[in-house]
Every structure is written in structure tokens, then in C-alpha cells.
Write a protein that binds this ligand. Structure first.
Ligand code: ZN
Length: 255
């Protein structure tokens, strides 16, 4: 399907990009991404995916915008306080790009709705702020054989892992059980520094764009760790665990 003159101008920097071009832009237009969470990670991820021309962009959140969110959740503005985050997100994303389909899901991800919610999408972005949701996303994607990109934040640092079920290590392969609350305190009290989710959420958007357009390589089998204070990225190698409670049955056994 041809792009309109307005779309050609809008996406011209990508259309002119060697290694991207019209073919990749068209794959992006037919792509379907679900972002779970419209907060610190979801804000930059959604904004860049919308701006880039992702054809169908779903987003999940049951929270309302609070004043203390605005330090890092840049999709929302001061006048959005009190609105549902998905409504605020839809308004801002629609203003950013009127050519894409936006699908707000004003609900909390649960084991009852996860499979049905994920089914129509090509790839899932974990932009949540709690381990319960992160493990639910990992387990559901393993069952559905659906790729996802994990993002995590802690104070001045962040993490990223892309997962292709059946081919690469999942969150549970790396961390079989959720960390203790002593090791990692529950979110909602301190941190993260506001720009840290901007870094990780943007990386999640890049991973999703690469997956949909089949360019480059995904950050699989390796946990990317960003240390904001040291201004350093490092990669921690990981491999699929055949005994993984989440994806073990899908991992080819190699003796
Ligand atoms: Zn696994």
C-alpha cells in the first residue's frame, strides 16, 4: 500500500535511511505492538513507536495520572492529573501521529486477561514497574510463543532483555524467582531518576522496531545493564535454561 504525500514527508528521514526505506516502513505500518504500562518506560516507548509509524499500538494501564508521576512519565502533562493514563496517552499519541491505530486498554494486567490481551499483537513491551506483572508477561509470552522486550529500572540504573520464546533466554531463565523485597524494594517509594526510564524505554522501542522490520539484531541472550551514574552500558551473557519453569519446554535441549 502506497504512503500518502503527508506520510512520505513525515517518515522521510527513515524512508531515506539506507537499510530501512519503504520496505521497512511498510513492515512497521503492518506491525502490532502492545506496551504494558503507560508510565516511565511506556511513555518514551509509546511516543517513539507512534512517531515512527507503528501501525497498531496498544497500551495497557489502569492507573490515573498523579503529580508525582510527571517527573518521569513524559507522555502526561500537568493538566492530565486525575485522568486515566491510557486516555492521556491516547490524546498525546493521537496528536503526535494521526495515521496509526491506537488501542487503549484501561485495565490491570492479570492472569485472567493476559492471553486474550496479548494474542492480537506481534510483540509485547514490558513497561511495568512490578515483578508480578513482569513474570506474568514472561510466562504468558512463553505460552503464546510471542516475543517480548523486558525493561527494568532501579534508582540510577536500568536493564533490558529481548526474548524470542523457543530461541532465547527469558526473564525466568535469568531470574527464576522474583528478587526478595529486601534486595529490591517495591516500587512507588524512591526513584528512579527521571531520565533513566527515558533511556531504557527508548531502547525498548528500538528493539520493537528492529523486530517488526527485520533489521539489525535483537539484544537476546544477554542482559543489557545501564549504569546512569557511571555512564556505562554492559552486557551480561545469558543462555536458555532447559529447566526454566517458564520457557523450559520450548527450549531445544542441547547436551
Ligand atoms: Zn526461560
Amino acid at each position: 500500500m502506497a504512503f500518502s504525500p503527508e506520510e512520505r514527508t513525515r517518515y522521510s528521514r527513515q524512508l531515506n535511511l539506507a537499510g530501512f526505506g519503504g520496505l521497512a516502513q511498510n513492515q512497521l505500518r503492518t506491525g502490532r505492538v502492545l506496551v504494558v504500562g503507560c508510565g516511565g518506560l511506556g511513555s518514551p516507548a509509546l511516543a517513539y513507536l507512534a512517531a515512527a509509524g507503528t501501525g497498531m499500538l496498544g497500551f495497557v494501564d489502569s492507573d490515573i495520572v498523579e503529580l508525582s508521576n510527571l517527573q518521569r512519565q513524559i507522555l502526561h502533562s500537568t493538566h492530565d492529573i486525575g485522568r486515566l493514563k491510557v486516555e492521556s496517552a491516547e490524546t498525546h499519541l493521537r496528536a503526535l501521529n494521526p495515521h496509526i491505530t491506537l488501542v487503549p486498554h484501561a485495565l490491570r494486567l492479570s492472569s485472567e486477561n493476559a492471553r486474550e490481551l496479548f494474542a492480537p499483537y506481534d510483540i509485547i513491551l514490558d513497561a511495568t514497574d512490578n515483578f508480578e506483572a513482569k513474570y506474568l508477561i514472561a510466562d504468558t509470552c512463553a505460552i503464546l510463543n510471542k516475543p517480548y522486550v523486558y525493561g527494568g529500572l532501579y534508582e540510577f540504573s536500568g536493564q533490558l532483555l529481548s526474548v524470542i520464546p523457543g530461541q532465547s533466554a527469558c526473564l525466568r531463565c535469568l531470574f527464576p524467582e522474583r528478587p526478595s523485597t529486601e534486595a529490591v524494594p517495591p516500587t512507588g517509594s524512591t526513584g528512579p531518576l527521571g531520565a533513566i526510564p527515558g533511556v531504557i524505554g527508548s531502547l525498548q522501542a528500538v528493539e520493537a522496531i528492529k523486530y517488526l522490520t527485520r533489521i539489525g539484531s535483537l539484544h537476546t541472550n544477554s542482559l543489557l545493564v545501564y549504569d546512569g551514574l557511571a555512564a556505562e552500558f554492559r552486557s551480561v551473557r545469558a543462555k536458555p535454561n532447559p529447566a526454566c519453569a517458564s520457557c523450559g519446554s520450548t527450549v531445544p535441549h542441547k547436551e
